[in-house]
Ligand binder design. Structure first.
Ligand SMILES: Nc1ncnc2c1ncn2[C@@H]1O[C@H](COP(=O)(O)OP(=O)(O)OP(=O)(O)O)[C@@H](O)[C@H]1O
Length: 555
């Protein structure tokens, strides 16, 4: 442990004064507002390091971080592990609002009564919107209201949660809904827990889902939180920052940066116009292929689509497949990738199917290790797992190796999971400790592998597409929040794709363009043929979104 005045930002980073103030704040609440790439998430990782290392959060107390997406929660957890090491990171709980609510329900379920009472082995309907069955099954949307009921009716639950968490972090706070805010107020309002909320009102893209207007302001007032704005942008090159600044001038004139702060020639923005989706797909696939040949890493390339990515990005997906470029359409797979059991299944498939996979193997051993095992037990388990993998590889390879038949892969994966043992697997996530979630995730991961195998019959490429590192990512703007990439393509900057009430389309476009570090490509096509599988409205003729494209003209 070190004294507070001895603490320095980890990773050799220099924090701007307000970031330093927020990271090292004592027990007071703060609300940090800043634009994209300002280091809000990094600031939370630094604050975690500060409060853990200086004993402000003394053992066994913990830090609670609440994000909106599983990917964002995982990013933050990984960042804290990188910055502070596994020992401190073990006292950092990074959850989505829904996962936090589920923790509360699992811990204090007997508090629920009447129609809301739940059996111990209750389940959550995985379909959307799902069905409610009294006592047995709830919907995803029931989690936060049920957690609210627990906190409202049980002083014991409130006390326990406050005792557990001395510090609370709220990421992407601009998107907090009324119910979620109520949950935070009930759990931590007027307590000694110190709260740090970070957000950016210009990135408020969840308004359709009920994001509270002015939630950052309300938080500042309700929690007497000190507002600390950040001004830097560590992510984007100057040209890209000038475009973002032009958008900020339109959305929030008071937050505009002075021109002299954004000088420089770094970065590139291109607008590419096409006749139709086929020529667009061909040109973009060629562009992406060229970037990969130049040495850009696949996971540094993202293609963002506002709506219906499975349809709008399908021609590009086919073109990438033809050229053998691995990509991942994240419509279904992103939430799966955030599931530790799915990650484990993919790593098992990797060590079975591919040679030289030290990364997958190390991660496998980390996850499979029993925390309480003696060194001797751990190395015995290590040897046994290796022996089994070698035996499986010998039998699976050969004829079956190129097999599209999932059965050839399912049995060995299940065999290895059995060796790792059920208690170790259920400990991977609180959600696995009840119902059929663990088995469902394992099954979904195997099916995702089968789907990818069907694309080109090649298990190596299928696994590359399922990996975060080796695949170009095709994702919606909603899924890309909090992420960053060297190259970003926004597909279809057209009025038919960017429409909606008030500020929402502009905020979404802002989120999309602000993911780019170096190079931003915006496309539009005159025509997009109706895909056979389209069920909703589909406009064949398209109009470029001139208002958005005009923001590119920054010179
Ligand atoms: N103090 C710093 N010095 C150098 N680099 C930094 C610093 N803070 C953050 N970064 C880097 O800048 C990038 C953006 O940081 P981060 O993701 O934390 O921003 P953010 O404010 O959460 O962005 P957004 O709201 O757009 O998702 C990351 O690559 C991060 O590592």
């Amino acid at each position: 442990m070190i004294r507070q005045e001895e603490w320095r930002p980890t990773g050799g980073l220099i924090l701007e004064p307000n970031a330093m103030a927020a990271a090292t704040m004592g027990q007071a609440n703060t609300v940090v507002s800043a634009g994209p790439g300002a280091g809000k998430t990094e600031l939370l990782a630094q604050r975690a390091d500060f409060v853990l290392r200086t004993g402000l959060c003394p053992y066994p107390r913990r830090i609670l971080a609440v994000s909106f997406k599983t990917d964002a929660a995982r990013n933050l957890r990984d960042r804290v592990r990188r910055r502070s090491g596994p020992e401190y990171a073990a006292r950092f709980d990074s959850f989505t609002f829904h996962a936090f609510a589920k923790r509360l329900i699992d811990a204090f379920r007997p508090v629920l009564s009447g129609y809301n009472a739940l059996d111990p082995d209750y389940r959550i309907d995985p379909t959307s919107p799902g069905a409610r069955i009294e006592r047995e099954q709830i919907r995803f949307a029931d989690l936060v209201p049920l957690a609210l009921e627990i906190l409202e009716s049980s002083a014991y639950a409130r006390g326990a949660i406050r005792q557990t968490y001395s510090h609370v972090f709220l990421d992407e706070f601009q998107d907090c809904t009324a119910d979620q805010y109520k949950l935070i107020k009930l759990a931590f309002g007027r307590t000694t827990s110190a709260l740090t909320a970070v957000g950016d009102t210009k990135q408020r893209i969840m308004a359709w889902a009920g994001a509270l207007d002015g939630v950052m302001q309300a938080f500042a007032e309700d929690f007497a939180a000190k507002p600390l704005p950040l001004y830097q942008n560590f992510r984007s090159a100057p040209r890209l920052r000038r475009m973002q600044n032009a958008m900020i001038a339109h959305m929030d004139p008071l937050a505009v940066s002075p021109d002299e702060d954004l000088a420089g020639d770094g970065g590139a923005i291109e607008v590419l116009a096409f006749d139709d989706e086929a020529t667009e797909a061909e040109a973009l696939a060629g562009l992406i292929e060229g970037w990969l040949e130049e040495g850009v890493e696949a996971h540094e390339i993202a293609v963002l689509v506002r709506q219906q990515p499975h349809l709008v990005a399908a021609p590009l997906g086919r073109e990438l497949t033809n050229r053998g470029v691995p990509y991942r359409n994240e419509q279904e797979s992103q939430d799966l990738a955030a599931e530790p059991a799915a990650a484990l299944v993919f790593n098992l498939l990797r060590v079975i199917a591919l040679d030289r996979q030290p990364g997958a193997y190390v991660e496998l051993m980390r996850v499979a290790a029993r925390p309480s095992a003696s060194e001797e037990d751990a190395s015995r388990f290590d040897r046994e797992l290796k022996r089994k993998i070698v035996a499986i590889r010998a039998s699976v390879r050969g004829d079956q190796f190129a097999s599209q038949d999932l059965a050839a892969w399912r049995a060995p994966v299940l065999e290895l999971l059995a060796l790792i043992t059920r208690p170790v697997l259920t400990a991977l996530s609180p959600a696995y400790q009840q119902g059929t979630r663990l088995d469902d995730v394992v099954e979904q991961a195997l099916l995702a592998f089968e789907r990818e195998l069907a694309v080109d019959d090649d298990p190596r490429k299928a696994l590359r597409r399922l990996s975060e590192e080796d695949a170009v990512r095709l994702l919606t703007i909603h899924k890309c929040k909090g992420l960053e990439f060297e190259k970003v393509i926004v597909l279809g900057v057209e009025e038919e794709l960017f429409w909606g009430e008030g500020q929402a389309p502009t905020s979404e476009f802002f989120v999309a363009v602000s993911r780019a570090k170096e190079h931003l490509v915006l496309t539009h096509a005159n025509r997009r043929r109706r895909p056979a599988t389209a069920v909703r409205r589909w406009d064949v003729r398209r109009t470029p979104h001139r208002e958005f494209l005009a923001f590119c003209d920054t010179r």
